[in-house]
Ligand binder design. Structure first.
Ligand SMILES: [Zn+2]
Ligand SMILES: [Zn+2]
Length: 139
């Protein structure tokens, strides 16, 4: 998915976020790479392009995105916080070999959980761990 600056900018504005250059770049990175990065990963990748960027800015910006509900936190690993700009309901698979986190399309309409019918669900976290296809093929 390729977005232009104006599209990202109006998306941020629609969610009451002032579209600064750094915020646009951080959001664009999430959408384009879809690699569910950590703050460190994002900082390392964006710092060469944005010399004024600090890790604190990345951290604060991602927290703002989560607060405004245009990004979600992924805690597939308890000591590792990752971020995703895809806020639709989907699952994640973490590879124990290469550490990649990929998206899983979970057919929620086919998933029946009788115990949940009487409950109100506010968040979904569907995590799987194992070895990804690429790592299995290169073994
Ligand atoms: Zn892998
Ligand atoms: Zn995802």
């Amino acid at each position: 998915m390729k977005l232009n600056i104006e599209e990202v900018s109006s998306y941020l504005k629609k969610h009451n976020i002032r579209p600064s250059y750094q915020r646009i770049k951080i959001f664009e990175y999430l959408i384009v790479n879809k690699n569910h990065p950590t703050i460190d990963m994002m900082y390392k990748n964006l710092a060469p392009e944005i010399p004024t960027l600090s890790k604190t800015t990345v951290y604060n910006t991602l927290n703002l995105f989560v607060e405004k509900k245009i990004a979600v936190v992924i805690l597939v690993e308890e000591n590792e916080t990752r971020y995703d700009a895809d806020t639709s309901i989907h699952g994640h698979f973490k590879c124990d070999d290469c550490g990649c986190v990929s998206d899983l399309n979970i057919g929620m309409e086919k998933l029946t959980i009788p115990e949940l019918e009487a409950f109100q669900v506010n968040e979904h976290h569907l995590y799987f761990k194992g070895v990804c296809k690429d790592c299995l093929e290169s073994r």
